[in-house]
Design a protein around this ligand. Structure first.
Ligand code: IPM
Ligand code: MG
Length: 358
C-alpha cells in the first residue's frame, strides 16, 4: 500500500515521540512492502507561535487530504494563560470535530512485565486486566454551550452537557461491536442518578443492546466506576462512556497499568481516516531531553495500521516487538523502578524496538 500520513507533532515531547514512530512505521513499510509519505502540519502551541492560531486551516485541509493522522501531544506552560478559544487544547477538540472522529478507543492492559509498576497491590493485579475504553469524543460538555453571565453571586461561568440520541446510539454500537471481538461484555458508565443526559444515555444504550443479544451489558455510575477500577480492574472488558467521563477514567486506567507513557489511542469516525495519538500529554518538563517513553505513540502507530488500513500482521509485529523489549527488561525512565536497571533514552528504546522488527 502507498499511504499518506499527516503528522501533527505538536509541542513538548510530541516531536520526539512522533519521530520514533515514523522510524518504526518506515521499518514496517520496508519489511512488508508498503510506502508511507509523511507530511507534517502545525498544531497547538507551535502553531500559535508560527501563525497566531492553534489549528490553522492548512492543518485541517492537510489532515482531510491524508489517509490517516498521527499526533504527538499539544500544550505547555507557555500557552496556559491564553483565552480558552486560543489554547492549544482547543486545536485538539477542533481537529477531532473537523475529522468527525466521534469514537475514541483507549485500550488499557497490564503488561505482565510491568506488573510491579502498577500502584495496585499484587493480589489485585495478579490475574492482569485488559480493558477497552470506548469514549465518545465529539459531544457532551466539551462541545456544549458555554460562556459567562451574571448570576446570583455576580459573574459566573457555565458549560453545558448535551447528548443527542444519535450520538449515543452510534458510540454504543462501536462498543458492542468491539465487545463482540473480545469478552462480550459492555459496562456503560454514566451519572444517571443525577444527570438527564445520562438517563438518555442509559436508555439508548439498552435499546442498542437489543441488537447484540450475545453481548452482556450493565450500567455503572461513574463514581462507583472510579472506585471499581482500582478495586477490581479485571471485571471490565469494554467500557462505554461520555467524553468527559472517558477522559477522566482513561487517565485512571492508564495509571493502574503502571505508566501513562504506555497507552495508545485511536480516534475514529465513519471513514477509514483516523487520528492516532498517545493518551498522555506533552510533558514539557522533559521535552527535548530524549527521556520520554515513545511506546504509547508507537503503539498508536500500530493501531493506525490495524484500524485505518486493516494491516493486521503489521500491527501485530509492532505490538510483539514492544512486548519483547519489555520482557527483555528494557525500560524508559517512567517505567524504570528496579535498582540496577539503567533507563533507556527515547532513541535507545526506539532502536530496541526497531531491532526486534528485523
Ligand atoms: C485527552 C486530553 C485532552 C482531552 C485535552 C488535552 C484537551 O486530556 O486526550 O485525554 O481532554 O480530551
Ligand atoms: Mg485526558
Amino acid at each position: 500500500m502507498n499511504l499518506n500520513i499527516a503528522l501533527l507533532k505538536g509541542d513538548g515531547i510530541g516531536p520526539e515521540i512522533v519521530d520514533s514512530t515514523v522510524r518504526v512505521l518506515n521499518k514496517i513499510g520496508e519489511k512488508f512492502g508498503h510506502s508511507f509519505t509523511f507530511t507534517p502540519y502545525l498544531i497547538g502551541g507551535c502553531a500559535i507561535d508560527a501563525t497566531g492560531e492553534p489549528l490553522p486551516k492548512e492543518t485541517v485541509d492537510g489532515c482531510l487530504a491524508s489517509d490517516s493522522v498521527l499526533l504527538g501531544a499539544v500544550g505547555g506552560p507557555k500557552w496556559d494563560t491564553l483565552p480558552g478559544n486560543l489554547r492549544p487544547e482547543k486545536a485538539l477538540l477542533g481537529i477531532r470535530s473537523a475529522l468527525g472522529l466521534y469514537t475514541n478507543l483507549r485500550p488499557a492492559k497490564l503488561y505482565p512485565a510491568l506488573k510491579n509498576d502498577s500502584p495496585l497491590k499484587e493480589s489485585v493485579v495478579a490475574e492482569g486486566f485488559d480493558i477497552m475504553i470506548v469514549r465518545e469524543l465529539t459531544g457532551g460538555i466539551y462541545f456544549g454551550e458555554r460562556g459567562y453571565r451574571q448570576g446570583k453571586y455576580g459573574e459566573e461561568a457555565y458549560d453545558t452537557e448535551c447528548y443527542s440520541r444519535l450520538e449515543i446510539e452510534r458510540i454504543a454500537r462501536v462498543a458492542f461491536e468491539a465487545a463482540r471481538k473480545r469478552r462480550k461484555n459492555v459496562i456503560s458508565i454514566d451519572k444517571a442518578n443525577v444527570l438527564e443526559t445520562s438517563r438518555l444515555w442509559r436508555k439508548t444504550v439498552h435499546e442498542v443492546a437489543k441488537d447484540y443479544p450475545d453481548v452482556t451489558v450493565s450500567d455503572m455510575l461513574v463514581d462507583n466506576a472510579a472506585m471499581q477500577l482500582v478495586k477490581n480492574p479485571k471485571q471490565f472488558d469494554v467500557i462505554v462512556t461520555s467524553n468527559m467521563f472517558g477522559d477522566i477514567l482513561s487517565d485512571e486506567a492508564s495509571q493502574i497499568t503502571g505508566s501513562i507513557g504506555m497507552l495508545p489511542s485511536a480516534s475514529l469516525g465513519d471513514t477509514s481516516r483516523g487520528m492516532y495519538e498517545p493518551i498522555h500529554g506533552s510533558a514539557p518538563d522533559i521535552a527535548g531531553q530524549n527521556k520520554s517513553n515513545p511506546i504509547a505513540t508507537i503503539l498508536s502507530g500500530a493501531m493506525m495500521l490495524r484500524y485505518s488500513f486493516n494491516l493486521t500482521a503489521e500491527a501485530d509485529a509492532i505490538e510483539k516487538a514492544v512486548d519483547k523489549v519489555l520482557n527483555d527488561g528494557y525500560r524508559t525512565a517512567d517505567i524504570c523502578h528496579n535498582d540496577g536497571v539503567e533507563p533507556l533514552s527515547t532513541d535507545e528504546m526506539t532502536e530496541r524496538i526497531l531491532s526486534c522488527l528485523d
